[in-house]
Write a protein that binds this ligand. Structure first.
Ligand code: SIN
Length: 265
């Protein structure tokens, strides 16, 4: 059976229609994998997944990543509950690619909408291949071979775990090459990238600032309006995301799984 794929914007994102992720067949998974590499963000509506079923779906993609800092759902170390802890304490209202401060950041994340506010709480995704492609040839040449330091210290501190990964930093290429498609993508973010390697903070700031702006221009973005039961799967090697906190104290609970990735190159 051929699945229906409906693109959601000119830059990235597609809805996959007519599939129950709790009962996936081998050929369907092959088609989903192809769509994932083409569209980078996949939306599956109306999925009634238990934590076990979400974990099982994640394992089809690879080994699951256990988050080193953020607490997990009781009894399910593979699932991170994302809850509304208030705008000032939000850890996700900032552009990022998940856990990029680790040596082998997760290749993909899958977020299930469990409880939603009556309005707001959207998530914006930005296509980092397109952002790279839109740079001038001169800028691309300059970025070639540059590396940047990613740090989880801010996240550890904001999570109340000052000692976790305290001095942890990991360098990665500023432009990474997708291991499956060979496409190049920007790989720096305001959340975790603190400096360019072999440069001072002052020297790093203007270039990182420019790349952060280019990486999130409106024409490389897709904004997802959640419905309960949505499972959104994104490719952390291709996109960054930003959870908009505009819903006050209203409950918004999401369950996230992340799938192990490789060393960015
Ligand atoms: C995340 O940053 O992984 C979660 C995004 C969201 O809650 O929309």
């Amino acid at each position: 059976m051929s699945l229906e794929t409906k693109p959601l914007s000119g830059s990235l994102g597609a809805e996959i229609l007519g599939v129950d992720l709790a009962r996936l067949e081998g050929p369907e998974f092959g088609q989903i994998r192809e769509a994932f590499l083409e569209h980078h963000v996949l939306v599956f509506r109306d999925q009634k997944l238990t934590p076990e079923q979400q974990i099982e779906f994640g394992r089809l993609w690879g080994e699951l990543f256990i988050h080193p800092i953020v607490p997990h759902l009781p009894g399910y170390p593979e699932i991170v509950p994302i809850v509304n802890s208030g705008k000032r304490r939000s850890l996700t209202e900032i552009w990022h690619s998940d856990v990029s401060f680790s040596a082998k950041p997760p290749m993909a994340s899958g977020l299930l909408a469990v409880t939603l506010p009556s309005y707001g709480g959207d998530t914006i995704f930005a296509n980092q291949h397109k952002a790279y492609d839109l740079l001038s040839e001169g800028m691309k040449t300059m970025l070639d071979g540059l590396r940047a330091i990613h740090s989880g210290t801010g996240l550890a501190s904001a999570s109340g775990k000052r000692d976790a990964w305290k001095e942890h930093g990991q360098d990665h290429p500023v432009v990474r090459t997708h291991p499956e498609t060979g496409r190049k993508a920007l790989y720096v973010s305001p959340a975790f990238t603190v400096a360019l390697e072999d440069m001072t903070l002052e020297e790093s700031r203007p270039l990182l600032g420019y790349l952060n702006e280019a990486g999130h221009a409106p024409d490389v973005c897709y904004r997802h309006r959640w419905q309960t039961g949505d499972l959104v799967l994104w490719d952390n090697r291709s996109v960054q995301h930003y959870a908009v906190h505009d819903h006050g104290k209203a409950e918004r609970t999401m369950h996230r799984i992340t799938i192990m990735g490789d060393t960015p190159r």
